[in-house]
Design a protein. Sequence first.
Length: 290
Amino acid sequence: MPKKAKPSTHRWNLSPGQRLQHYKGGLYTVVGPCTIEATLEPGVLYQSFDPLARKDIWMRPASDFWSQIKPGVPRFSLVRQPTSSALWDSQLRGVLGVPLFKQVLEQYAAPERFYHGQEHVFDLFEKARGQGLHLSTEQALAVLLHDVVYVPGAPPGDNESQSVEYMRNIQASAFTHHAPDWDLVAKIILDTASHLPTCPQSELVLMLDLSTLGGSPLEFAVANELVWLENRHLLQAAEEPRKEFDTRRLAFLEALLATGPLFTGPFADLETRWRDNVSKLRGDWEQKWP
């Protein structure tokens, strides 16, 4: 009979709620630590992030959890999850007033939002702060409100137009003695539909909004997975829904790539990585869907 291992001193370095990506692409959420009864070694409890997946809670020894499938390919990768601190530290609480500010954030908390949810907004303000960028009040409002109305599969420009309508409905309630230029906010929001700036103030917001495309390969892959979860219900009639999504997603990104450089100025370093990400996506598509 094999001897039980002594309790490990392996330090638990994951917290419940943290998100992970499996090397095959799926997203998982950490449930918590555990101890494997047979060996007394530490383990990890985790569950699929996909609400339509099986509800099983899975367990894996911690030592195996961080193993590599092959050199440079870990079984799981820890996904960075932005916090709300940069957004709460911005000027927007004073512009909108706390009740209205919270109301806007609630719009992003709908359960069907995977990519275009609160974390995306948190991420944009976190990146702006990390870059030392000073967003004007109008730019900050556009970042906060540009996806406040989001319906997957809506006609091009419709979500942005509806977000502007939402902005018009709340602007009279904004709590500020220095009224922003709401028409400029609307113009910037509408520019996020075409990704083409029609005014100088849009340029920084557009690059910030698209910055995930020039993120690390992991950040780029996670974003694609979240967009899939948001849109898959639209592809139920397709013979192979995931293939259809991957094909459309690649075509969209390659068309965007063909428009010319997306990132300049403070985001110039993202341009090469964005092009590399699309190139890798093309290679993955050709391997997965020969």
